[in-house]
Design a protein around this ligand. Structure first.
Ligand SMILES: Cc1ncc(COP(=O)(O)O)c(C=O)c1O
Length: 458
């Protein structure tokens, strides 16, 4: 191999590196997701590179990452093990089918994930995103009951303010009006419990809110309405992120588990943002000591660097599908890229990095400092609530009359351009989810910039 063809060197590498780090000549063709395209393209924010806790923009500014990308890069950016594993894998086996064929890594990774998962969640089904994993879990739930002779259990229960991605299953079970109203009526046979955000009773809670366990009884109400015999599964995020960080009241998730068990309903935890150390432990299920029948994972599974989603299913769920003749396919479901070798390599190196650096402990170790930092913003202009758990935080702002969302959006652009800090906003909530490698000085900086921002954009 000549020096020029060594990965990462030579004219080809230079060509691709230049292309990826300069502002593009035209921005017309890329229809950006969840973005006001015309507004963005008139005033773009382009990231060129990333390392550790920081992004670098195409114009050379260093921006502190307060959101782990999009709740994905829990180990921070440009982590050596992950780079090495992906580089090695792409040059060895770029793709292998997983329909009646496979390669070693999906199996190795599944064992690792099953070890990390709580209880008997010993079986891993791969997807390529949170949305696909959500649809996979919902389909499995319905098929599970059918496989056990309860084919009438087809109803699915979600929750208001829930976010489960953007597939038809996810938007139907989710409870964010803008994500639903444009796209028809969604899946039939779906109902929703009430959400648990109650600023009136729980404002400025530190950790889990005290009030609201009774909201779990909403499930009993829906069981009474529809009859348990028609309900396949309940899906909830242990902590929802996209609705602006909604925390479960103390005891709420345990009560939901009890009701599901009593009525033979599967409980699915969508842990796309709570998985992989975000609140301590591998999964929120462990932190909250509640064992669901399935966990949906994505984002932090590969530290965000290669798309991957997964459903972690219990022995009971898996076993229901594996009673047929040996030659029969157990689940008529799967994606071309389920268990993609590159994603598996990235995930294995990601899990190694988490373990080596004890990153799942960070949310516990730094949780109090983080909590003090975020609550120091109480009293600043327009702050009507602050919520935190693990290394998650939310600052809710009073909306401008007639212009909801604009106040937080102004804070977002101000923090990015003036404070060199990346935050995320949904509606008028500022949501924070930094990489777990952050240190106290980063926490200080995040809340200093935010304090300045909230004053400047009042
Ligand atoms: C809880 C939850 N579920 C599902 C998804 C969808 O994941 P993806 O965007 O990878 O499809 C998200 C994404 O933010 C999420 O937060």
């Amino acid at each position: 191999m000549s020096a020029d063809s060594t990965p990462g060197h030579g004219p080809l590498a230079a060509h691709y590196a230049a292309q990826a780090t300069r502002a593009p000549a035209s921005m017309d063709a890329f229809w950006m997701p969840f973005t006001a395209n015309r507004q963005f393209k008139a005033s773009p924010r382009l990231l060129a590179s990333a390392e550790g806790m920081y992004y670098k923009t195409v114009d050379g500014r260093e921006v502190l990452d307060g959101t782990a990308g999009l709740w994905c890069c829990n180990a921070g950016h440009a982590r050596p093990r992950i780079i090495e594993a992906v580089r090695q894998q792409i040059g060895t086996l770029d793709f292998a089918p997983n329909f009646s064929m496979s390669s070693p890594l999906p199996f190795v990774l599944a064992e690792r994930l099953a070890e990390l998962a709580p209880g008997n969640l010993n079986h891993v089904f791969y997807a390529n995103s949170g949305s696909e994993a959500v649809d996979s879990a919902l389909k499995m739930a319905i098929a599970y009951h059918r496989a056990r002779g309860e084919g009438q259990r087809v109803r699915l229960i979600g929750r208001e303010k829930g976010y489960h991605g953007v597939g038809f299953g996810g938007i139907s079970l989710g409870g964010l009006p803008n994500n639903r109203k444009w796209f028809g009526t969604g899946l039939p046979g779906v109902d929703h419990m009430r959400h648990t955000l109650d600023i009136g009773r729980n404002s400025f809670s530190r950790g889990l809110p005290e009030y609201g366990i009774e909201l779990a009884e909403d499930l009993e109400r829906l069981v009474t309405l529809h009859d348990a015999s028609t309900i396949a599964a309940v899906i909830v995020e242990p902590i929802s992120g996209s609705a602006g960080v909604v925390l479960p009241p103390d005891g709420y998730l345990k009560r939901i588990r009890e009701l599901c068990t009593r009525h033979g309903i599967l409980l699915i935890f969508d842990e796309v943002i709570t998985g992989f150390g975000r609140i301590g432990n591998a999964f929120a299920a462990q932190r909250f000591d509640v064992l669901p029948d399935m966990i949906i994972a994505a984002k932090g599974i590969t530290n965000g660097c290669v798309p991957m989603g997964a459903v972690l299913a219990s022995d009971d769920v898996y076993d229901a599908f594996t009673h047929g003749p040996d030659h029969a396919i157990d689940l008529f479901h799967g994606y071309t890229y389920s268990g993609h070798p590159l994603a598996c390599a990235a995930a294995l190196a990601t899990l190694d990095t988490y373990a080596e650096e004890h990153l799942f402990d960070k949310a516990i170790e730094l949780g109090d400092y983080w909590q003090e930092g975020i609550h120091s913003l109480k009293g600043l202009p327009n702050v009507i609530d602050i919520r935190n758990y693990g290394l998650i935080g939310a600052i809710e702002l009073a909306s401008r009359p007639g212009a909801p969302g604009t106040r937080a959006y102004d804070a977002f652009t101000h923090a990015f351009h003036e404070g060199n800090l990346l935050i995320r906003v949904t509606g008028d909530v500022i949501a924070l989810s930094p990489p777990l490698i952050l240190q106290k000085q980063h926490i200080d900086r995040i809340f200093q910039v935010l304090a300045d921002t909230l004053r400047a954009t009042a």
